[in-house]
Design a binder for this molecule. Structure first.
Ligand code: UDP
Length: 311
């Protein structure tokens, strides 16, 4: 089995490379390093079944070896990153998805698109089921990511319907773990960095907005189980344990044994007020549910950041 993973040098992509290699696959990782980091792959590069291609998948790619699976994970994924790179974000969601679907079609490979809970926008339905169509501002600052991923889902379904490609779509809810970038601007690295460095924790708005955080190994397990199944509709993958951002700040501060104060900053435009996955579909289809709670997952992640920061 040979599996191509775009965004392979990213946080989630690198965990996927690791898992597919561990399962005996040959893995071809593709990344243009816009937010990826080759260091995430250091421990895999000596493996003879692993190959890395430095390439922007928004431009077409030909691969000579036969591919059995194509997983499209390349994209800036943190609000700070896609605000900084709106055009590459739109391109990789649109052109990158087109190119990877083309690869899957040429090779007769299974295809899996990494979509996102952002397709639900600032949701008017709570928790979010896959049947919900979402509430997205197409011209807001988050629109570049949300609409690119909505287009990506649309073209993926079109390739399935028109060309019979064996496609899969997952909608990933907030995911965390080792190899997140300390400076990616997301809430968890921000709070952990701030707590460990003794700086104030920056809560945006009143902190009453909610998120539901999933540990990365649970996501990888869900992907591994979905890929061999012939199911083409989107599947939410996330941990339904919901928490307010203020509570999250307090939890991280306590875990770090930090005395940092909490300060309040303006809420970014179109910041979703609530987010929680309904995972009934994944439970029934995959017999899957998250195994790692925040108590364990946050500890492991903080140990990772402690090592990075020498704290
Ligand atoms: N957030 C915060 N402080 C920060 C970074 C983020 O309060 O330093 C909030 C942000 O406004 C949002 C939530 O935390 O409500 C999650 O933000 P993140 O950027 O991690 O991802 P999102 O879930 O919005 O895509």
């Amino acid at each position: 089995m040979r599996t191509l993973i775009t965004g392979g040098a990213g946080f989630i992509g690198s965990h996927l490379c690791e898992r597919f290699l561990a399962e005996g696959h040959e893995v071809v990782a593709v990344d243009n390093m816009i937010t990826g980091d080759l260091a995430n792959l250091d421990h895999l590069r000596t493996n003879p079944r692993f190959r890395f291609i430095g390439h922007d998948i928004s431009n077409s790619l030909k691969v000579k070896e036969k591919l059995d699976n194509v997983l499209h994970f390349a994209s800036p994924a943190s609000p700070v990153d896609y605000l900084e790179h709106p055009i590459p974000t739109l391109k990789v969601g649109a052109l990158g998805t087109h190119n990877t679907l083309g690869l899957a079609k040429t090779h007769g490979a299974r295809y899996l698109l990494a979509s996102t809970s952002e397709v639900y926008g600032d949701p008017l339905e709570h928790p979010q089921k896959e049947s919900y169509w979402g509430n997205v501002n197409p011209i807001g600052v988050r629109g570049c990511y949300d609409e690119a991923k909505r287009f990506a889902e649309s073209i993926t379904m079109a390739y399935h319907r028109a060309h019979g490609v064996n496609t899969h779509i997952i909608r990933i809810f907030n995911t965390y773990g080792e190899r997140m970038r300390l400076n990616d601007g997301r809430v968890l690295p921000n709070f952990m960095y701030q707590a460990l460095m003794g700086e104030p924790l920056t809560v945006y708005g009143k902190g009453d907005q909610t998120r539901s955080f999933q540990y990365v190994s649970d996501l990888v397990e869900g992907i591994w189980r979905l890929l061999p199944i012939d199911y083409h509709e989107p599947v939410n993958l996330g941990n339904p344990a919901e928490i307010t951002i203020l509570e999250f700040a307090e939890e991280i501060r306590k875990l770090a044994g930090s005395t940092s104060e909490i300060v309040y900053r303006p809420i970014p435009q179109d910041d979703p007020k609530v987010r929680q996955p309904d995972i009934t579909r994944a439970r029934q289809l995959l017999g899957w549910e998250p195994k790692v709670g925040r108590d364990e997952g946050l500890k492991r992640t903080m140990d990772f950041f402690r090592r990075k920061l020498g704290k």
